[in-house]
Design a protein around this ligand. Structure first.
Ligand SMILES: [Zn+2]
Length: 518
């Protein structure tokens, strides 16, 4: 029968059979090795890890809690594929500067050293073992990426990464017959990043068995929070009979796929299945940590909350190193002792800076800004002068609170073209800008090394764009019955962004433009 196969098919078959044989042996191969802390690699208390060790699926997602050893497993899997097969591997972390530069010396290098791997080449971003090359790169811009081709891409911390750049890595596997793409991360929000992949996977859950044998699966059940928790005695219990689920029972669980026929392999790993982490530790975390932290890092679940703060990653995910075009330019200005300025085009922001009134005129000439929205308070005189100097282009913005919504209006902002003012529902427009970041609809064409964007580089603490966003928090005013965005430090760039967004909205449709001209 094999005679009917083409030469190429035979080659593929050989690779497949060869791999299958060797693949089974990864646990034998790693036997006797030590991890980055010098502790022998063992499955003794880590039974749930076995599935992940032995899984070489073409597409693999691990949606995981923190501190359950998944990165270490993937480092060993990479070394295994390099040594045994000579595959080329591309390994990404969110950023080159902050992540790769820390991760490789602290996790990868100690494993290489302690286990005596003989590397032909051994730098932070490039290693060679036998025929196989191992490249490390970031995802925050195309520049941080890896241009070489490979056989396997491993994406660590997917949800903190730039998903657009991760997507471009697929093309690097074009010439390989092996073509493996593996993703793992703490989740963030539902249906994004690692959760999006997990939802399309076979969705393996960790099942444990209670001897009562009750329920549809004869006592088998997957560990679930809080259904399996006895809070008063701080222990896990069977959902059917209430008997204790011991550490030993948690250890002796099994992976069960919800959709076994699906090709993508997916694991959901929570701290509940790690027998070395006691139930009491999770109960404490739920009490002391934010719900978002507890879900993402302890339960390994996405969290869709009434997010009360803004994580800088929400904004960083929009970074683009494409050249922003300066054809249709809009500007937002927050007025205070200094002016905080955000300038951009229809696609997003390309400049953030502090400034003064003279320089603002220079920006108007340089970029030929079509629309500018500027804070009406606290310095109205200067703002009005500026508006008079650029007739038709500048609008003063007044924020409204939920109690002063214009009667009968559902609009989150209204423009008065006669007065050249904008009236905006404060909470709602801020919500809207955050949603645009979250949905990747407000790009940031600024270098990730720009101090005004991310801080550092001689800038005082609290003076960067991201810090201003991070200082915002959502406060639910029980008395007044509405929520408002408060701030725990300077928030000027956040408001300048909102004004930029309003300027862009005003310039957004030709219709409105006509109205303004009349
Ligand atoms: Zn039971």
């Amino acid at each position: 029968m094999t005679n009917n196969l083409t030469r190429k098919q035979k080659e593929e078959l050989c690779i497949l059979l060869g791999e299958k044989k060797k693949r089974r042996s990864i646990l034998n191969w790693v036997d006797g090795m030590v991890n980055e802390n010098g502790v022998p690699v063992t499955l003794e208390k880590h039974e749930f890890q076995r599935g992940i060790w032995e899984d070489f699926s073409e597409r693999l997602y691990v949606r995981k809690a923190a501190q359950i050893g998944v990165s270490t497993i993937f480092i060993f899997k990479c070394l295994y594929l390099l040594e045994r097969f000579g595959y080329n591997i591309i390994y990404t972390l969110p950023t080159l500067m902050n992540d790769v530069q820390k991760f490789v010396p602290s996790k990868v290098d100690p494993i290489i050293k302690a286990n005596g791997f003989k590397m032909e080449r051994d730098t932070i971003t490039q290693k060679q073992l036998g025929r196989g090359f191992w490249f490390f790169g970031g995802t925050m811009s195309e520049k941080e990426g890896i241009m070489t081709t490979g056989d396997v891409t491993v994406h660590d911390e997917v949800d903190r990464s730039n998903l657009e750049v991760i997507g471009t890595y697929k093309s690097r596997l074009g010439h390989s017959q092996y073509k493996r793409r593996w993703f793992f991360s703490n989740p963030s929000a539902p249906k994004r990043g690692v959760d999006e992949g997990w939802l399309r996977s076979d969705q393996k859950h960790w099942f444990v068995k209670c001897e009562c044998g009750r329920g549809n699966f004869g006592g088998w059940q997957f560990l679930d929070w809080p259904a399996n928790v006895d809070f008063s005695n701080k222990r896990y219990i069977c959902i059917h009979c209430g008997r204790e689920i011991t550490d030993e029972m948690r250890r002796q669980g099994q992976w069960v796929a919800k959709y076994p026929s699906r090709e993508i392999s997916g694991y959901w790993v929570s701290q509940m299945m790690a027998p070395w982490i006691p139930c009491s530790s999770l109960i404490e975390d739920e009490l002391n940590e934010s719900p978002q932290f507890f879900y993402n890092f302890v339960l390994g679940l996405p969290w869709l909350g009434t997010d009360s703060t803004i994580n800088r990653d929400v904004i960083l995910r929009n970074l683009s190193d494409a050249r922003a075009d300066t054809f249709d330019v809009f500007m937002g200005v927050d007025v205070g002792q200094v002016l905080h300025v955000v300038i951009g085009n229809r696609e997003g922001i390309f400049k953030v800076c502090t400034s003064n009134w003279n320089e603002l005129d220079a920006f108007m000439r340089l970029y030929d800004c079509r629309h500018v929205v500027i804070d009406a308070m606290p310095e109205t005189t200067k703002a009005k002068e500026f508006r008079a100097a650029w007739p038709g282009r500048v609008k003063l913005c007044y924020y409204r609170s939920p109690t002063t919504r214009m009667p009968g209006s559902q609009d989150i902002y209204t423009v008065n073209y006669k007065e050249q003012t904008v009236s905006a529902m404060r909470t709602e427009v801020i919500d809207r800008v955050i949603a645009e970041y979250a949905e990747n609809r407000l790009r940031v064409f600024i270098s990730p090394s720009e101090p005004r964007l991310i801080g550092g580089g001689g800038l005082k603490r609290g003076e960067s764009f991201l810090e201003h966003w991070e200082n915002m928090y959502l406060f639910h005013d029980e008395e007044k019955g509405y929520k408002t965005w408060e701030h725990s430090g300077p928030d000027h760039f956040a408001h300048a962004s909102v004004y930029f967004w309003l300027a862009r909205q005003i310039g957004g449709s030709r219709e409105k433009h006509k109205v303004r001209v009349q």
